[in-house]
Ligand binder design. Sequence first.
Ligand SMILES: *[C@@H]1O[C@H](CO)[C@@H](O)[C@H](O)[C@H]1NC(C)=O
Ligand SMILES: *[C@@H]1O[C@H](CO)[C@@H](O)[C@H](O)[C@H]1NC(C)=O
Ligand SMILES: *[C@@H]1O[C@H](CO)[C@@H](O)[C@H](O)[C@H]1NC(C)=O
Ligand SMILES: *[C@@H]1O[C@H](CO)[C@@H](O)[C@H](O)[C@H]1NC(C)=O
Length: 331
Amino acid sequence: MDLRLLLFYFLFLPSALGHFPSSVSHDVSCLLEFKKGILSDPSGLVISSWTPPQPPESNHSGAAAPACPSSWNGVSCDASGADVVSVFLDGLGLRGEIKFATLAGMRSLRELSLSGNFLTGRLVPALGSLASLHRLDLSGNLFYGPIPGRIAELWSLVHLNLSCNDFSGDFPTGFQNLLGLKELDLRSNGLRGHIGLVLSHMRNVEYLDLSGNEFYGGLLMESRNLSSLANAVKYANLSSNKLSGSFFSSDSLRLFRNLEVLDVGYNQLSGELPSFDSLRNLKTLRAGKNQLSGLIPEELFRSTMSLTELDLSGNRFTGKYVTFCIPLHMI
Ligand SMILES: *[C@@H]1O[C@H](CO)[C@@H](O)[C@H](O)[C@H]1NC(C)=O
Ligand SMILES: *[C@@H]1O[C@H](CO)[C@@H](O)[C@H](O)[C@H]1NC(C)=O
Ligand SMILES: *[C@@H]1O[C@H](CO)[C@@H](O)[C@H](O)[C@H]1NC(C)=O
Ligand SMILES: *[C@@H]1O[C@H](CO)[C@@H](O)[C@H](O)[C@H]1NC(C)=O
């Protein structure tokens, strides 16, 4: 070997190696920072097992510490043992304030699930850097503040559940980029936004729960703005919001070819209902507690429909079916 090359190796290689994290991997240092936010852990599962791995110096065999701490409760590693792919800490009664910025840069993280704890904190734009995230479930906690727009950079996202928290502010734009998003559950928060705009940004969402928020506006939209969502959605729950104005037009409603459940109850929708003739898969329709008027569409009572539950109570309908409507359940 060329002497200069040898000299180069001797002089520079050790220092180059020195730039690698000396004892813990990037993922481990992120999770150790994340753990600092957990102030109370009644089961002891997280605090006790999430301890820094022994530095390699203490092991005379010279083997490096494994990059992914597979012995930590709730942490799963990829097949090579190098990266953390999942953090699952559901229902442990954890309390504290999560600093989501600590997780930025966990490039292989596919799942983050903290559902059913007493955790608080705000989402930060840096969450948008979790490029591999498929599943984000923060439901049933005390998280608050707006949903940052950079969440729309999570292109791998399939399942987003932020339900039952205190999220507020305007629904972010950019959801039209989340082509893989199949389940979006934002139930019971304080989120705002024009429902027409929100629905027109949905692409392939099959399960959509926006109930119990402050979405406003009517459902009368241009069909082309609704066609992506209408093609995909099976479950749509828009109940208990501040919707007002008209229901979907006949032309739009016809596009919802896969729709099985539609709940728009507890809003202030007015005007007449369109024809439901083409919605052959519709099993549940709830539109109770609105200001809808006119005749109840007759096809809702035909056996050609799959309808098993109908609630149109608390409206201003007229005509021959009206006496059945306070409330009407057909099983
Ligand atoms: C040292 O590393 C080897 C190989 O990874 C492992 O089997 C052994 O348990 C380690 N010993 C200690 C004291 O950590
Ligand atoms: C979201 O989380 C809540 C509470 O944990 C759960 O009941 C609900 O089924 C979840 N939504 C979806 C779409 O899985
Ligand atoms: C829609 O959501 C509300 C409250 O969030 C819930 O009570 C209702 O059962 C849901 N509707 C359907 C049809 O699942
Ligand atoms: C439909 O989409 C177009 C273009 O994106 C927009 O300009 C228009 O306001 C939308 N219409 C409704 C009713 O949302």
